[in-house]
Design a protein around this ligand. Structure first.
Ligand code: NAD
Length: 268
């Protein structure tokens, strides 16, 4: 990969596993140094090792994106280690615990606090730094689930929908600081998050889950391009949005779903 992010530093929430890990590795491949802002420091270890093997600098710093004080501390430590952070990826996300339920207040709060307020907290804490340096890229990981309703995930989808809207407001707000703010909406990717969905759907359908993704695989058959998305797909899009090649794109949210949303809108 062309090193289009040479001498840049990226800050990635939840970068130690799943999609966040894929993004971290792709950005590092493109030349960026990486701060993994992660609750679980153990999971960050192997991705840090991989990035350092590529010859980039990488560090892991504790964050709970729902907690303003934690976000403040994490960003202060990150800027001490890398004073020139220009790329901010809000990837941390949480599914609702009770899939299929719309009555649980704690699930509503969880999704709202992680998927929406988490983005807000990080953007607010970085705003002074970005304004001072007059350059930057914020990339929020939303979901195709944020494009419409889904009775299995009402709290999750509502929070992801709001994240798309917040991306647009932040794009206007940050434009005068020469900062682009965009979102990526992944379709389906086999990560620890999808393992939970698989387990739920197996239980619902009285199927034994061998954690082999049988239901996930059956979903992929409906995708026009015929394959699931990968963390690397999302990482590649993040590299583009973090690079100079997207300098005139802001406030956009890009679906990376193999055409599934389009196809589902035409199904009877
Ligand atoms: N897997 C999919 O199919 C899919 C599809 C669409 C969107 N997404 C989104 O992609 C992002 C990554 O998801 P994933 O599939 O890799 O899931 P995952 O569960 O593997 O990763 C989620 C990450 O978020 C972190 N996180 C959760 N709550 C946090 C908090 N309060 N503070 C800090 N970190 C926190 C977790 O520690 C973990 O690292 C999420 O925003 C998710 O909603 C995933």
């Amino acid at each position: 990969m062309e090193r289009i992010l040479n001498k840049k530093t990226a800050f990635i929430t939840g970068g130690g596993q799943g999609i966040g890990r894929g993004i971290a590795l792709k950005l590092a491949e493109a030349g960026a140094n990486i701060v993994i802002a992660q609750r679980n420091q153990e999971t960050a270890k192997s991705v840090i090792d991989e990035i350092q093997l590529m010859g980039r600098e990488a560090t892991a710093i504790y964050i709970d994106v729902t907690d303003k004080e934690s976000v403040e501390k994490c960003i202060a430590k990150s800027l001490k280690a890398f004073p020139e952070i220009q790329i901010i990826i809000n990837n941390a996300g949480s599914l609702q615990k009770n899939i299929g339920d719309f009555t649980s207040e704690s699930d509503f709060d969880l999704c709202y606090n992680v998927n929406l307020k988490g983005i807000w907290n990080v953007a607010v804490q970085f705003s002074e730094h970005l304004a001072k340096h007059r350059q930057g890229k914020i990339i929020n990981i939303s979901s195709t689930g944020g494009r419409g309703p889904d009775p299995l995930f009402p709290a999750y989808c509502a929070s992801k929908s709001a994240a798309i809207n917040l991306t647009q407001s932040l794009a206007i707000k940050f434009a005068s600081h020469n900062v682009n703010v965009n979102a990526i909406c992944p379709g389906i990717i086999w990560t620890p998050m999808w393992e939970k969905i698989e387990q739920f759907l197996c239980d619902e359908n009285r199927l034994t889950s061998n954690n082999n993704g049988a239901i996930f695989n059956s979903y992929t058959k409906q995708i026009p391009l015929g394959r699931p998305q990968t963390s690397e797909d999302i990482g590649n899009a993040a590299v583009f949005l973090a690079s100079k090649y997207s300098c005139n794109i802001t406030g956009q949210s890009i679906d990376i779903d193999g055409g599934e949303l389009l196809a589902s809108s035409t199904r009877p």
